[in-house]
Design a protein around this ligand. Structure first.
Ligand code: UDP
Length: 235
């Protein structure tokens, strides 16, 4: 049974059917899924939300100063964090948004000890603004914050894939599912889990990762109860 977990959500999970923007309806369904799964557990949950539905520095910011492009991306994640907060609170779950870039009018600044206190009080902490630094991703934010708050695991939520495969199952029907691997195997076989910086941090610190399909009914419930779902990566 996990005590404290960090859940990484891609920005695209909030998007409309074209994968863009924030759809209140899609966001509400996702929030309901998370709130329902939490019910009746003692799990303390921190969420890192991405911003790919709004802006990705490297993709959307071509021709711009790359740092500026990344800062725009970070601001996008704050918008997603606020949308997710709204939806989770509508579903009855107390939350706090904390941002790595100070934005006191809309959310609290991220302060590690304060985040932990919120978790202890049963609030879901939604972390916006990435690390607050360009040239990183929300994957690195997830591992960094998971280590900071003492999470037992990073849950990498996916849409449409059940975990890690030896090749892309959407392109290769012969792709083989990998139920379990070590961090080193993920690096050596270049398995698609998270970006290399994030993965190295997990490996160095022995932080377990679960890659799973969040849109498969019951998966989140089972994970929060400590059952095996998806692919487990540990040292
Ligand atoms: N970003 C950043 N530093 C961080 C986190 C994110 O610069 O610590 C920027 C970067 O431009 C990235 C964008 O924010 O492309 C959105 O985050 P990400 O691509 O990780 O979102 P996801 O793919 O998970 O939706």
């Amino acid at each position: 049974m996990f005590k404290r977990v960090l859940l990484k959500l891609s920005g695209e999970f909030l998007a409309n059917e074209n994968g863009f923007g924030i759809s209140p309806d899609t966001t509400a369904k996702l929030a309901r899924r998370i709130v329902d799964a939490l019910e009746g557990t003692q799990v303390e949950l921190a969420v890192v939300i991405g911003g790919g539905n709004l802006w990705r520095g490297a993709r959307n910011g071509q021709g711009m100063d790359p740092a500026t492009a990344d800062y725009i991306g970070m601001l996008g994640t704050v918008m997603n964090a606020m949308a997710l907060q709204d939806a989770m609170e509508s579903a009855g779950q107390p939350t706090r948004v904390m941002t790595a870039i100070q934005m006191a009018a809309v959310a609290e600044p991220y302060i590690r000890r304060r985040a932990i206190r919120h978790l202890e009080k049963g609030r879901v902490v939604i972390l916006g603004g990435g690390n607050g630094a360009p040239f990183f991703t929300t994957d690195t934010t997830s591992t960094l914050r998971a280590l900071e708050i003492g999470a037992d695991v990073v849950l990498m939520a996916k849409n449409g894939v059940d975990g890690v495969y030896d090749s892309d199952p959407r392109k290769n029907p012969e792709a083989r599912f990998i139920p379990q691997a070590t961090h080193l195997e993920v690096v050596e076989k270049r398995l698609e889990v998270m970006d290399a910086t994030a993965l190295t941090l997990c490996m160095d610190r022995g932080l377990p990762i679960v890659v799973f399909n969040i849109f498969q009914e019951g998966n989140l419930e089972r994970l929060f109860r400590g059952e095996r779902v998806g692919t487990l990566i540990q040292s």
